[in-house]
Each structure stands twice: as C-alpha cells, then as structure tokens.
Design a protein around this ligand. Structure first.
Ligand code: SF4
Length: 955
C-alpha cells in the first residue's frame, strides 16, 4: 500500500481536505513535504497554510514546485537543472548526422543546420517525456509494420545525439529523474495537482513511492468523471502502487459557476452562462485584443477596487508578449518582465552581421549592415553609405582580396579604411575549423576592440557565453555562425524587470490550482482552443501511442479540462476575449468551445454578457493610459492644448482613419503644379496609374528620393528600356528588319556606353552578359516583324496636334508602311505587353493619341493599325494591335476621358489611388495608401474620384 490516501475532486474541495490533513500531520508533529504541479499551486497552498496557522508561522514543511525538484532534493549530489542550449542541439545533431550513409533518409540534409536544430529540439522533447534511445528503438521495432528505414535512421541519430549530450550536460530534467533511489526516504510526502504524468515522471514515482515512508495524493480529476481519459495512465500507476483509502472530495462541495460552465460545455453545446461576473468580448486583431484586456484590467483596478495582483490574464499564443509590451509601454504594472531576443539587440545583430559578411565573401551590403549597427568606437564608425560609394566607384562587390587591394592603396586613411583593415585582421586570424570556444574568444576579442564601451557587461557575456556551446568537437566557421544565430534568436534578454505589484500573465497550464479574483481568458479562437499537439512527421500516430505521447484525438478533452481549471481559478469574474479578425483583417472563427454561444448571441444581439470591442484603430492605438494617448483622444473631442503642430498631426491621422472623401492630407492641393500646355499620353497614363505618384514626380512637385543606388547584375527596368529603345530604333533605321549580328552588337554597345551601363553594373562581365542577351532578343523580335513585310518610315517621330480643343503631342517609336503605303504605328515595350482592355477602358492613351496625331500630321494617308510590340525574352516580336477602324471608334470615349483627367489635374486632385501594383514606386514611404481598405472606401465616397471607382488595385 504505497499511497495512504488518494483525494479526488475539484481544487476548492481538495483544499479543504488538504488543510484537514495538514492539521493532523502538524498535530502529530510530522515533518512533511508538499510537491505541487507548479509554482502557482504552491503559492496558493502556502497562503492557505499560513492563514490556517494560528500563529501565522508554518514550520517543518517543505514546498517543492514539481516532481523534478523532488528528485533533485533527494539526489545524493544535487545539481542545478540544465537545459540543452539551442546551439548545442544543432551541433550535437550535426555531429550525429555524420554517420548517415548515402542512400539513407536524411543523407542530403546531414549538413543542414536548420534541420539539425529542428531535429535536436525534437530529441529534447523525447527526452523530456522520458523516451530514451533504447525505448525509441524497441518501440519502433515492435510497430505493426515493423521499423521503417526512417525510424531506424532517426533512432541511430538519437543514440549518437544522446552520447554527445551526456558529455556536455549532467543534470537535464530527464537525467535527474533517472537516478537511483537507495534506502528509505524519510518523512511524509503530499503530491498535489498531478493527473497527467509523463512516462519519465511515472518511472521515477514508482521508485520513489517504493522507498518513501508515507505518501498522500491529491488529484483534481476524479476517476469517475468525464475527464477520466486524461487521468487514465496516472490513475493506473496509483492503483498499481496500491491505495489505502479513496476520498472523493468533490462530492462534498460544488464548483464555482465559471468552472461549472466549462464543465457543462463538455456535455451541452449551449449551457447557461454564469449569472454574475461573466463576459465574452469580441475584438479585432491582436492589438484590439490587448487593448480590450488592458482596458478591462484598468477598469477593474480603478472602478471595482480589485488589486492588480489578484488579476491574471491567461494567454496561450506566442503573441502573449504583446500584452506585456503594451502594459510596460503604457505604465500599467505587470508582473512579467519586458523581454526581447538577443538577436534583436544592436550588439547581437552586429555579431550576426559580422558572420554574415564573412559567410558571403564580404559582400558590400553586409559590410554596410555591419556599419549600420552604430555601436563601433569612434575611429572605426564609418558612415555605412561610404562602403556603397566605394562599391559604386570601384566596382568591388565582394572578395576580401579586392577590398584589401582597395584599402591598402586608398589615398585617404579614413574610418572606412581602418574598419576594413580591422575586419581583415580579424578574419585572417580565424581558423577554418576549431572548437566553438576558440571562435567565441576570437569574436569576443573583436567585439571588445571595436565596440564602444556602452554595452553592459551582462549583454557581452550573453553574446559569447561558452556554456551555450558544450559540444567538444571541432566545427567549421559556417557551423558556428549558424549555431550562434539560432542561439541568439531563441535567447531572451530582460529589458525591464517584472513588477510584483502588477497583474499576471500566465499560460493556462500554470493557472491550474490557483485562485485570483479575476481571470481574463484570451485567445479563445479556432486552432488555439483546442490547440494542435506538436505534430512531428518523424513520429507516426502508432509510434506516438506506443510511446504514450499526446495524441491529436485527446487534445479536445485535455483543453476542455484545462478550461475548466481556468474557470476554477476565477474567484469573482471571468472575461473571455476572442479575436474575430487577425491583424491583417482576415476573419478568424471563435473556438469551437464557445462558437455556439457567440453565434447565438449574434443572432439575438441581446445578451448583456456579450460585448464587441471597438475596431477603430484610433481607439486601439490611443485608448491607453499613457499621457500622449490621453492627449490624442482629448484632441478628438476638440480639446487642443497649445501645440498647433500636435493638433495638425491629430487631424491628419483622423482623416486617414475616416471613410469620408480625400482631403489636403491625401494630395488634394489648391493649385496644381502639373503643366498642361500640351497633353501627352504618358501624362494621362501616369495620372491613371496613381495621381499621388504623378504629383510627386518630375511632372509635379519634383520630389526626389536620395537613396542608395541599387547595384545588381542587370540594369533597372528604366535603364534597360532606354538602352533597348534607342538601340532598336537605330538598328531598324539603319539596317531594316534584317540587321547583321555584328551591327546589332555594335549599336547596343554604343547605347550601353551612352548610358554608363558598365559603371552601373560595376563589371564589364555583367555588361557583356546583358548585351549578349538583349542582342538575341532584338534579333528574334525583328525576325518576327520582318515577316510582316513592312518598310521603315521613321523612328522617334515627335508630332503635335489636337484632341477637340485640347493641344496634344507625342513621340512615336516607329512608323512603318505596309505594301499598300498604309501607315503602321508601333510602340516598343521591353516589359510585358499592356492588355487590350487598358485602352478600351480609358487607362491607356498612347495608341489612340498616336493614331490621332498621325491622322492629323499625314493627311491623305490611311493609318492601317497602331500596335504595341514586345521586345522581351518571353514574347519577342508579339503585337497587341488595333486597326484604324477600331481606333476611330474609340476616339470619342478617349477624348472624353482625356478631358476629364485634365480637369481633375487642374482641380488639384492627386490622392494615392493606385491602379497598378505599388512595388516599384519611389513614393511608398510618403504616400498615405495604408490602411489600404480605406482607399477604396474613400474613392467610393468621393464623387470627384468617380473615374477611379472599380479600378483601384485589389490587394
Ligand atoms: S506607393 Fe502606390 S499609392 Fe503610393 S504613391 Fe506610389 S503608386 Fe501611389
């Protein structure tokens, strides 16, 4: 009989029996140890015992927050618990994968660090569940279909990983639980709150209970409840050990209304909601959810007088951090630290950029990023743009030797020269393979010598912490770089400590057994409740079952029970918050646990417990307690303090967020800067592409962006177009449609040189590659056109004319004649051909304008067709043409649209209304196209922009 008494029931009932038992033990003057499933429960039990003791003092009781802590306590050599670092997970696996042979699964991935990291993390989850390499092997061999080749290979890697792991780590959780227990363990032990022990915990407990003097067990699940399936294995273990007496604590006392509500959800899809203190809030987006939670917390604290320490928020998602960030930012006390990853700190990204620069052969962009960290000592802190200038002028893109040649002959010995010399010395001192600790030392030395002293010592130590690299073999520089990156990306750094007086943010597993006045349960969305277990393709469902790991099929019951326990933790009120949309505005369904209730409410719209949070970005962003946010909201009510700048900024933001028409913040100007003395088709097309971009361009306000020149292996589309246009027109003029290859080459080279192509590409080789490719495209386009039998008449022909009362002009790329001396007008396109609809719908004006100009300038000549010609790799020589008759039929609507656009330009209407993708637009940083959904709404409600209705780009 190893378990003296087993108590089963909900937490409040268990607590009564727990106090009763401890009173007896204390009376008998027994020493006892309480082992609980987590610190939350332990705090609760400690408080209960304190308030139960007459003196307010409790002695002779030891509290341990988990089974691993118990194993540590009884260990002959207690060591602090360790966790295998993410860098070691990667390096151990990379080492273990060396043994994978060609033809075996994973052979091609044996040097892939991402795979190694994910596999190492998978192995750690196996160890955590008590699954040893031997157990994995025996279990997979016993599967119904036998051991697959993948399972066999993974098993071998796991075995080898385990050997490396044991060399570097002595006291991981699974190792502590494995130890032998010799002799009798003195004293009384009370296990509290455990119901789903993993195999490794069960193995330990079996040995422990065999040696312990006296054991009591408190389980929050009853063997006869509908949650019993998740208690099955633990219950079986207890039964096998022998139970002296069973007390069903829960039979004597009812659960609170919140727990009863979740309990009922397991049987009824629409149970009655708790009468008091219950609320469901629907919100939009993650910020909306955090705003609703924070607003409610402040309301409970200020209006209802609830101590912040008595409020807990239950979060499950990774994004849980955003609530903590918001609380820290807005000054609401929160008992959770503000954290960031080591890779996000300037010092962390400096080390990663240094390794990236080395890994890419000192590619200038990475040197630029390195300099942009802004934390180098003064004598090395070169302007990041200097390296771009050097790259542009010298043509050097990468290669240490080329940089070395440059800096050693540079006339001016400036910071960049010193920096490159330092980088060179550092790199030259790096061994190709070494122990990780050696690399860390080199990196640390470089860091100490080059970085200013303002970085705290704790951060420096974290960056080069040798304890994160216990792998004892030699590794290469790329391997240490990857391992370091994975380490930085997973390592938390505390920026601001937790405030013990603040509200708590906990996971649902940690809320079990605690008691707060108010619980806010967030993330009640589909896919989160119930969540999906970490499914790893390396484990089949059968193997998971045999290894006794969590199954997908059990997840709904597990989460149902977790929710019930969260309900038990709510003393006075329970708020459920769920998101209806994500941050991008995409719809999200509520969790199946509450969907029936939510939909029911949506249809009736009457329940007082259902609230919809504001979806206004203004109230989400400015609804906090920060003084700046308060001023913004006050300004919304007309309360502008002294600062006119502030009120203008507010008015601008307000106009962005409303659904009315466009205003002065959106490019509606009182006087248009665009010249309209002679209207060209490109001016009208630019306007139709995006009025705001036209206003900014050289035809309007002439706003120029000074930014880094893109250096690449091919020129940007504009230069490419200019070179090909000019070359092709020259070739046709001189050689017709049958040019010699040599002449095409020569003319292309002349044009390329006229546009400084080699300088732009930074290499003669890239320029040669470009010319060779374009030559073939031009030859193949011309051979297609040659089949038409046209004769050359003119190129780059500038013509002037009129469209009704409107003076117009344009330059036609090529004018040809057919056999009957009819004119053919051609416009060259080096990108994709415009669709026909662009012209018929009134967005493209080139061909109708050319038609009109040719008809007026060549009286008596018939224009047989006007066409776009593709000079591109994919469709060389392809035409998109209109006959003269088709053009004639279009002219009325073309004229109408052209007049309309001109009057819109005169009126000063230049809002950001893109009808093509904004990808290459230079003005995306200054236009107000976001949030994009509002552009459509504004176009709809602004009569002046009627012409754009239905044309705004769909995003
Ligand atoms: S980014 Fe788009 S909306 Fe903004 S100016 Fe450019 S084209 Fe117009």
């Amino acid at each position: 009989m190893l378990i003296k008494t087993l108590y089963e029931g909900h937490y409040r009932a268990l607590e009564e029996d727990f106090l009763e038992l401890t009173r007896c033990l204390r009376k008998e003057e027994k020493q006892f140890t309480v082992i609980s499933a987590g610190t939350g429960q332990l705090d609760r039990l400690r408080r209960l015992l304190l308030s139960d003791a007459d003196t307010g003092i409790i002695g002779g009781i030891e509290f341990l927050p988990g089974i691993r802590h118990l194993a540590q306590k009884i260990s002959p050599v207690p060591l602090p618990a360790e966790k295998v670092s993410h860098s070691d997970r990667t390096l151990f696996t990379l080492h273990a994968m060396k043994a994978v042979n060609e033809g075996e699964p994973l052979f091609d991935l044996r040097e892939n660090t991402e795979t190694a990291h994910s596999m190492g993390t998978f192995f750690e989850s196996l160890f955590e569940h008590g699954i040893t390499p031997e157990l994995y092997d025996i279990t997979s061999i016993s599967l119904s279909g036998g051991q697959s080749i993948t399972e066999k290979t993974v098993g071998r890697i796991l075995g080898s990983y385990d050997i490396e792991r044991r060399k570097g780590y002595l006291s991981c959780g699974d190792m502590i639980l494995e130890q032998d227990i010799s002799g009798v363990v003195q004293g009384t032990y009370i296990f509290y709150g455990f119901y789903d022990l993993n195999p490794s915990q069960r193995r330990f407990l079996k040995r422990f209970c065999n040696s312990a003097e006296e054991v009591f067990w408190f389980s929050p699940v009853s063997g006869n409840s509908h949650w019993s399936s998740i208690y099955k294995r633990t219950s079986q273990l207890l039964q096998n050990m022998g139970i002296g007496s069973l007390i069903r604590s829960g039979n004597r006392m009812q659960m609170n209304s919140f727990a009863a509500f979740f309990e009922a959800l397991a049987d009824q899809s629409i149970p009655a909601v708790p009468v008091k203190g219950f609320r469901i809030t629907a919100v939009s987006g993650e910020i909306g959810a955090c705003r609703a939670a924070l607003g409610r917390i402040v309301e409970m604290n200020i209006e209802e007088g609830i101590d912040l320490r008595r409020i807990a928020v239950v979060r499950r998602k990774q994004e849980g951090e955003s609530l903590v960030r918001l609380a820290h930012h807005e000054g609401v006390p929160v008992n959770a630290p503000l954290k960031t990853k080591l890779s996000s700190l300037p010092a962390g990204s400096l080390v990663l950029n240094l390794l990236r620069a080395i890994g890419t052969g000192f590619y200038y962009v990475h040197i630029q990023n390195l300099l942009a960290s802004g934390i180098f000592v003064d004598e090395l802190a070169a302007d990041p743009l200097e390296i771009v200038d050097v790259a542009e002028n010298s043509g050097i893109r990468m290669g240490l030797q080329r940089w070395r040649d440059w800096y050693s002959t540079a006339r001016e010995k400036n910071r960049l020269v010193s920096f490159l010399r330092k980088l060179d010395t550092f790199f030259s001192g790096l061994p190709p393979v070494a122990l990780a600790s050696e690399y860390l030392e080199h990196l640390r030395n470089f860091f100490e010598e080059t970085v200013s002293g303002s970085i705290p010592l704790s951060i420096r130590d974290s960056l080069f912490d040798p304890r994160e690299f216990t792998f004892s073999g030699e590794i290469s520089l790329p391997q240490v770089s990857d391992a370091l990156r994975l380490n930085y990306q997973t390592r938390d750094i505390v920026l601001r400590p937790a405030d013990p007086e603040g509200f708590r943010v906990v996971t649902i597993e940690k809320i079990r057994g605690s008691l707060f006045d108010s619980i806010l349960l967030m993330d009640m969305e589909e896919g989160i409740y119930p969540g999906s277990p970490d499914e790893d393709p390396r484990l089949s469902e059968e193997l998971r079952t045999r290894l006794q790991m969590a199954l997908k099929t059990e997840r709904e019951t597990e989460d149902g029970f977790l929710l019930r326990q969260a309900g038990e933790a709510a003393g006075k009120s329970l708020d459920i918050i769920f998101r209806q949309t994500d941050s991008e505005g995409a719809e999200i369904s509520p969790s199946p646990f509450i969907s029936n209730l939510v939909h029911l409410d949506n249809s009736s719209g009457k329940a007082a417990w259902f609230v919809t949070g504001s979806s206004s970005p203004l109230s989400q962003m400015a609804g906090g307690a920060h003084p700046g946010q308060k001023r913004v909201l006050a300004a919304g009510n007309g309360d502008y303090p002294v600062d006119p700048m502030f009120s203008r900024a507010y008015a601008a933001e307000h106009s962005r967020m409303n659904y009315g028409g466009f205003d002065c913040y959106d490019g509606i100007v009182s006087s248009s800067p665009v010249k309209l003395d002679r209207i060209s088709p490109t001016l009208l097309e630019d306007y139709m592409r995006c009025p705001f971009a036209l206003l900014m361009s050289s035809k309007g306000w002439k706003i120029r962006r000074t930014e880094l020149t893109e250096i690449g292996t091919s020129p940007d589309p504009m230069i490419r177009g200019l070179v090909i246009h000019a070359a092709l027109e020259e070739i046709v003029k001189e050689q017709g449609f049958f040019p010699t290859e040599k002449r095409v080459d020569d003319i292309l080279r002349e044009q390329a040189s006229g546009h400084s192509l080699e300088g732009r590409l930074g290499s003669e080789l890239f320029a040669d590659i470009f010319i060779e490719k374009q030559k073939q495209i031009i030859l193949s386009s011309l051979s297609q056109l040659a089949a038409k039998g046209w004769k050359y008449k003119g190129s780059e022909v500038s013509l002037e004319g009129s469209l009704g009362d409107m003076p117009i002009g344009g330059r036609i790329d090529l004018i040809m004649e057919d056999n009957a001396s009819n004119l053919i007008l051609l416009d060259l396109k080096t990108g994709s051909l415009p669709g026909k609809r662009g012209t018929t719908e009134g967005r493209h004006f080139q061909l109708p304008f050319y038609y009109q100009l040719a008809a007026q300038n060549y009286p008596g000549r018939n224009v047989a067709s006007a066409a776009y010609v593709s000079v591109s790799e994919r469709k060389p020589g392809k035409l998109m043409s209109f006959t003269g008759d088709e053009m004639e039929n279009l002219m009325k609507s073309v004229s109408f649209n052209a007049h309309r656009i001109v009057s819109m330009i005169r009126e000063g209407l230049f809002p950001p209304v893109p009808t093509v993708k904004c990808d290459y637009c230079d003005y995306s940083g200054i236009c107000r196209r976001n949030p994009f959904s509002r552009i459509k709404a504004k176009v709809k409600s602004d009569k002046r922009m009627e012409m754009f209705a239905g044309m705004v780009l769909k995003k």
